[in-house]
Write a protein that binds this ligand. Structure first.
Ligand code: NOJ
Length: 637
């Protein structure tokens, strides 16, 4: 892969009437179980999110994406939905969702919700009905046709597909008369039966669900497993187990095409095998579904967005999801998988910018989410391109100080790039993964289904630390009765539903324990504290907005030298063709930001003159040179 000069033409300025809001939005992912607990039961909730909105306003993001809060048995953290139109009592009620939407909108924040169309929960009324239906009647066949039921071959499953979480992707049913029955497909846990997207009722239902939430004012949908809804005709065998996120391709890791043969060990290698495309990923039929959803969203005039979670490769395939008339954004997992490696990251950016340009869509950068080991920990591993599925006490422990430095520098790359950027909750505090969680506490089905071989995702889902000195690090945000108004959120009201006159009840411990170290990362130790990670993010978001970097023109700079570990690009805004103020007609002068990251081993030269600069940490610049594991934004005028 070459990394020659590359540039894109300047795009229109931020908030230009023709640019929908999401083109350059910075979107903050809230994992509701772990963000903030308003009722003190140890589990995050929607009222907690509402209470902490001022924190997000201070941070300066444009929108939030809420992972699922719907009615669910929580076998997969809410990605097992039993009722798509209501809130799980764990998180509140439908009115709490409406209140959150209103409060977010009043604060100028948009709200994206999660949509899980590949599968329902096995507790969904459709699946319950399907299991009790008689497959020998027409009515029974009709209700079963919403899912993927198939006869086995003798005592064997219909094919050899593996669940992404480990183990077989099929579970056998029992007929009403007690005899062994058909099998149903579940690409994930057995409690997550796959829907049949050839069924018209399924299609109608999801268009209806979109309208249900759009009518309540949501600003878009993050679409779970967007590449998985349609399966190849005849359900042919496939030799590999799909890797969550890793089925997007780390560009510089060519890998052995047949490495997928080893189903258990493929996660550390590139699992892609283009000679044997995955028969349940990235099938052509999915695009028609998204065209129909695009039409539904187009009925609304507030520019709602569809965001694809699609682990597809090569990047050219990913960008097919954001062709005109389909989805609007697609998470760039190739960028995420590049790790702390200048060549891989450079290649990922080069190809992404080119492919985005071809389809006229913005890039959608992401470093971490609720399925990945937090990047502050991944980048502290001996091999900072490694992508383990969870870490446990007996695994290699990351170098936290190194990961912290690199994590901050990586944020400067991500937030400097034109396009939209996603921040996973806690990354703005520099949170590391919980790497020593007791196995007995793990809830991720992957841990169980791989019999502990993979630790899974609990370590990145640990509740947020809001206050260093409070029990549970202040996760119970409504329970700080004795210490006066929160420095994080001075507007936090008394706990909703909490009787102000009653004696305060001690909140329950957070549903997953936080590591000791989280005290030093707590929000009240960082908000308004110079040099903190929170303040770095706040500053980056402020400058990004002021300079319109999100809609700027990207070009690799003369300093770019990935083989030496240096990543350097410029983003130009204003000036150029579109550089006129729409109201006054005045020419807007061009502004240029140079983003540099030193991912190598030795200090590197930087430009001698610049109007201002931001550094990833206090010691990033020494003797006029950018130190290893650091980044800087140099602003020129
Ligand atoms: C992707 C989600 O991000 C993940 O958390 C979930 O387990 C799977 N899809 C299945 O819904």
């Amino acid at each position: 892969m070459t990394t020659g000069p590359l540039s894109t033409p300047p795009s229109e300025a931020r908030n230009h009437p023709i640019n929908p809001w999401w083109v350059d939005a910075v979107i903050y992912q809230v994992y509701p179980r772990s963000f903030a607990d308003a009722d003190g039961d140890g589990m995050g909730d929607l009222a907690g999110v509402t209470a902490q909105l001022p924190y997000l306003e201070e941070l300066g993001v444009d929108a939030i994406w809420l992972s699922p809060f719907y009615v669910s048995p929580q076998r997969d953290g809410g990605y097992d939905v039993a009722d798509y139109r209501d809130v799980d009592p764990l998180f509140g009620r439908l009115e709490d969702a409406e209140r959150l939407l209103d409060a977010a909108h009043a604060a100028g924040l948009r709200v994206i919700v999660d949509l899980v169309p590949n599968h329902t929960s096995s507790a969904h009324p459709w699946f319950v009905e399907a299991l009790s239906a008689d497959p020998n009647t027409e009515a029974g066949r009709a209700v079963r046709d919403r899912y993927m039921f198939r006869p086995g071959t003798g005592a064997e499953a219909p094919n050899n597909w593996q669940s992404t979480f480990g183990g077989p992707a099929w579970t056998r049913t029992t007929n009403p008369d007690g005899t062994p029955g058909d099998w149903y497909l579940h690409l994930f846990d057995s409690s997550q039966p796959d829907l049949n997207w050839d069924n018209a009722e399924v299609r109608g239902e999801f268009e209806d669900i979109l309208r249900f939430w759009l009518d309540r004012g949501v600003d878009g949908f993050r679409v779970d497993v967007a590449h998985g809804l349609v399966k190849a005709e005849g359900l042919p065998d496939h030799h590999a187990r799909p890797g969550m996120v890793t089925d997007a391709e780390p560009l510089a890791a060519a890998g052995d095409a047949d490495a997928g043969e080893d189903v258990a060990g493929h996660r550390e290698a590139n699992p892609q095998d283009h000679a044997h495309p995955v028969p349940y990923h990235d099938q052509e039929g999915v695009h028609e579904i998204y065209r129909s959803w695009n039409a539904v969203l187009a009925e609304y005039d507030h520019d709602p967005v569809l965001v694809a979670e699609a682990w597809v490769s090569p990047l050219e395939r990913l960008f097919r999801y954001v062709r005109p008339g389909e989805m609007h954004q697609a998470f760039n997992f190739t960028f995420l998988l590049a790790g702390w490696d200048a060549v891989r990251m450079s290649d990922a950016i080069t190809v992404s910018v080119q492919e985005a340009e071809k389809v006229g869509a913005p890039n959608t950068w992401v470093l971490s989410n609720h399925d990945t080991v937090r990047h502050a920990s991944r980048f502290g591993l001996a091999d900072p391109t490694r992508y383990p599925n969870g870490l446990g006490a007996e695994d290699e422990q990351p170098d936290d100080a190194l990961g912290w430095k690199r994590g901050r520098a990586a944020a400067m790359i991500e937030l400097g790039l034109p396009g939209s950027a996603y921040i996973y909750q806690g990354d703005e505090l520099g949170l590391p993964e919980h790497t020593t969680l007791d196995d007995s506490l793990r809830q991720d089905p992957t841990f169980v289904r791989t019999e502990g071989a993979e630790k899974g995702r609990d370590g990145c889902r640990v509740p947020m630390p809001w206050r260093a000195d409070a029990p549970g690090f202040g996760f119970a945000v409504g329970h700080h009765v004795d210490t006066g108004p929160s420095p994080v959120n001075p507007n936090t009201p008394a706990t909703p539903g909490h009787d102000a006159g009653a004696a305060p009840v001690a909140p329950a411990a957070p549903w997953l324990p936080q590591p000791e170290s989280y005290g030093t990362y707590a929000a009240d130790r960082q908000v308004d504290v110079a040099g903190s990670t929170f303040e770095l993010y706040r500053q980056l978001l402020g400058v990004r907005g002021e300079l319109d970097l999100g809609t700027g023109a990207f070009a690799w700079s003369r300093f770019h030298s990935p083989e030496l570990g240096v990543l350097a690009f410029t983003v130009a805004t204003g000036g150029g063709q579109g550089g006129y103020d729409l109201d006054s007609g005045d020419h807007i002068p061009e502004k240029v930001a140079l983003v540099m990251a030193n991912m190598g081993q030795t200090a590197v030269e930087v430009p001698e003159e610049y109007a201002a600069a931001i550094f990833s940490h206090d010691e990033a610049m020494q003797d006029g040179q950018l130190m290893p594991d650091s980044a800087a934004w140099f602003l020129r005028r």
